[in-house]
Design a protein around this ligand. Sequence first.
Ligand code: AOF
Ligand code: ZN
Length: 378
Amino acid sequence: PSLSKDAVNIDPHHQQMMQRCLQLAQKAAGFTTPNPLVGCVIERDGEIVGEGYHPKAGEPHAEVFALRAAGDKAKGATAYVSLEPCNHFGRTPPCSEALVKAGVATVVVGMVDPDPRVSGKGIERLRAAGIQVITGVEEADCQRVNEAFVHRILYQRPFGILKYAMTLDGKIATTAGHSAWITKEVARAHVHRLRATCDAVIVGGNTVRRDNPHLTTHHKADANQPPNNPLRVVLSRTLDLPPTAHLWETDIAPTIVLTQGHPNGEGQAYLEQQGVEVVNLDELTPATVMAYLGKKELLSVLWECGGTLSARAIADGSVQKVLAFIAPKIVGGQNAPSPVGDLGFNKMTEALQLERVRWHIVGEDCLVEGYLPKPASE
Ligand code: AOF
Ligand code: ZN
């Protein structure tokens, strides 16, 4: 459904309240998969009488928490929600009915729900009950907060983020392969926050052999809870992997090794003994990996791999967003590795031009954030 036809989206007060919804929604970042991040604020006579957000799949939706907090004050109030209220019986009953029952007068919606079970029907139901509905408030920000959810709903695949750190001269390691550390603490803390909000981190066998990474997070959203580690995923055709690696420490975080065929029964048995799950896919490519992780209902994955795999992931449409950290240092080296391997381009005009680019200063380093252009087929 088109948002523009009745979008009243430049009222600064509405925008401010919607930003508050997004702030609430993001408290649960990394915990709601496969569900979206949603925040809700209920306001009456210029006073906030209830707030809520969706904490976790299976738990009540944002609107329910906000309505509970508002109690009788919801009558005649305005409800702000960052995502269209649902109109279906899923894990929980429809929020549209809850809003109607509570007697709210107005609902301000950030974005239409792309989920075909809901899309437009929640808004329709509210209007049919005589509630005034205003849509498209801070829509771009609402879309961005739920970009992974939206992508998975539309393409049945997780949203792929390629993250790398390189020197000012475009190297991710020295010629000898040494890479710790390229960026400083502030940028590294940023990566830990990112891992805490992604469902999986992917590397290739080469990275395990060369860097022995942990791929865990030190970031704690809640001081009383353990860090929210992502699923660690290794792609390896040969299963020729080191016998000891931090990734096999599965009491800290789960690890899956994805392979193709049955190349190495002994290697597989050894990994399984360590608690690593080994999965044989018919064909091992970034796209088949994304399809597999999509079936597991993951929303977002972080490619933290080397240049060969990152080029393949870009080429087969498994990367939607790029996060490139750039450290102001020069390491040199004709053969020192760079973040993206061969894409088969000959002319500079073929280069992939990132869209919606934003530049951030992160401590002493820089972070460039942007989206890859969608392939013509999407
Ligand atoms: C949420 N939280 O605050 C809102 C959602 O499986 P269910 O019953 O929890 O329904 C999930 C769907 O509900 C989700 O895909 C989205 O379309 C809609 N709205 N979901 O998890 C919320 N408002
Ligand atoms: Zn709902």
